[in-house]
Design a binder for this molecule. Sequence first.
Ligand code: HEC
Length: 375
Amino acid sequence: MKLTSIVIALFLSAFSAGASAREPEEVAGRLFLKLTGTPLSLGDSRRQGMIDLVKAGKLEEAARIATADPAFFNLTIRHWGAPLTNRAESPAIGLNDATAMIIGLARDQKDFREILTGNFTYGSPEVALSPYNDQHYAQISDLNLAKVLTRVEPQNADLDEAAGILTSRAWGEAHLQAGTNRRAIEFTFRQFLCNPLQNMRDGTIPDTRVHRDVDRSPGGNSQTYLTTCRTCHAGMDALVGAYAYYRFDNTGPFGAGVLQASKVQRKYNQNGDVYPEGYVTTDDSWINLFTENQNKQLQWRGPLSGKGIKEFGRMIADSGAFSKCMVKRTYSQICHRDLETTESAVLDGLANRFEQSGYKLRELFEQVAVHPTCL
Ligand code: HEC
């Protein structure tokens, strides 16, 4: 065979494979299944409309029909959001306030950065219990959440300052209970920047904010501190001041969940005798020192220091890494594979669209579902 005929043969086979994969009926069915987790039956009244839109090349409008289905919120968004709200990162957990917030923001087409900054929650007025009680969510867990969830403000009357999920009951139970609140910082990176602390370690960060409870010479070896402990704690301890006034309490008459005091919680300065010269927390100020070397990729944009959890949440939500992380999570779920490192143009493109759309989670799902690399 001559080279030209090989090329033509290849072209024809690629074309016919492409054409069969792009039958409008099949595309409509795939889009619906990807976005709702449920098949589009032949008798469904929305089917022809979706097929016509696909034929007309209006894939995004076809996807919009799918995301109007309650299953998009009740199954797809819920399954996407639940792992962000618990320590085991399990999607198979009962409904909680944090997952309800994610579903609510998606349904109401709010700026999804509110998930780290907003003073709101979502619950159902049909349940007598306050939305700040886990029993509230047990009672509505099996209902049509796309319908029953109602926005409630403020998030929690006991808090002076709320920051979306970061002050939710579920998050507090997972990360602010006992301990030193450091885990809440670690999991913010993990869940919202898709960046485990392990990847952020940097031995060049000044250790002026490392707390007194961290041994500077573990096992009598100061090198261990310098090469190991410091690489995480120098950056993390400088940020954990954001949570200095918060703790989680599930016991006693005031067992209301996340509690906020007007002074630094005792746990911040516990075990001060380990290294008395270490940093003493006196207020809720924080400073972001994870800004050099590999952490430049996080694309920090706003102020790199502040006070309290809301300003911290704002910094995370405004970063480039936040938008990319939301894309990566959505892509993995909808397209059943992770974006490859070689696909950075796809990632950047979808992240830019997400930001230009005003951070609308529903639109992000639609954009991902219709993306040629996914469909
Ligand atoms: C990979 C990052 C990382 C490294 C390296 C690291 N830590 Fe930590 N450390 C953390 C995180 C995250 C927490 C919070 C853990 C939690 O509460 O679940 C923590 C918590 C602590 C605490 C508080 C424990 C408590 O709850 O009272 C101490 C003390 C501590 N680390 C000391 C050290 C020492 C000493 C070293 C070096 C031998 C070290 N860390 C190395 C990330 C790190």
